[in-house]
Design a protein around this ligand. Structure first.
Ligand code: ZN
Length: 196
């Protein structure tokens, strides 16, 4: 059961995961909107639905032996995509000195056909690092996918890439942000409890 961009965004709106306000993104830019994937994925039935829809995007890619994701954002959706393929799911963790690494005894078989899955692609940095880590471990990285692509489709990982919803997020440089000019306080999404 495929999900269109509008159907995907509706799931965010239905669960309060589509936030409106004044946000400082990781890039430093300001934005009037933010998609908080964790608020959708806290519902296991919706996580399963998104995972199935994302997995179905890769049906023409042949056998998939492994799904890998960057922690923490990719954990739930990667797990759900792997469930669809009946394959293993592993995750990479950021090491301050070594970039994205597989710990916890995770191994990759030589030539194993792997997907990289994330919740949100903004610059593609995390997916790119996980793909590199997979290749270094001997996997064949077949493609990458995410629930949301905030890059407007611009991110190029050098492999096929899909997203359930591709968005051109409205952003402003802080010095010309109309929300700042209105005096609205800016918040960094995800870093504060509700109402704080
Ligand atoms: Zn602003």
């Amino acid at each position: 059961m495929a999900l269109s961009t509008n159907e995907t965004l509706q799931l965010f709106k239905d669960t309060g995961a589509y936030l409106r306000g004044h946000f400082r993104l990781t890039s430093g830019l300001h934005s009037p909107e933010y998609l908080q994937c964790a608020l959708v994925l806290q519902h296991p039935d919706l996580a399963a639905r998104l995972g199935r829809a994302l997995a179905e995007c890769f049906e023409d890619y042949g056998e998939i032996g492994l799904v890998a994701a960057p922690a923490i954002g990719g954990l739930i959706i990667g797990h759900e995509v792997a469930r669809h393929f009946g394959c293993r799911f592993i995750f990479a963790e950021r090491d301050p000195n070594a970039g994205m690494v597989f710990r916890r005894g995770f191994t990759v078989n030589p030539g194993e056909r792997a997907l990289v899955i994330e919740d949100v692609v903004t610059t593609g940095g995390s997916s790119r690092e996980v793909a590199d880590t997979l290749r270094a471990a001997g996997a064949e990285v077949v493609a990458a996918g995410s629930i949301i692509d905030r890059s407007g489709g611009k991110v190029d990982l050098g492999i096929p890439r899909v997203a359930l919803a591709t968005l051109q997020v409205i952003t402003y440089p802080p010095d010309s942000c109309p929300l700042c000019k209105q005096g609205l306080p800016v918040v960094k999404p995800g870093s504060r409890p509700p109402g704080a």
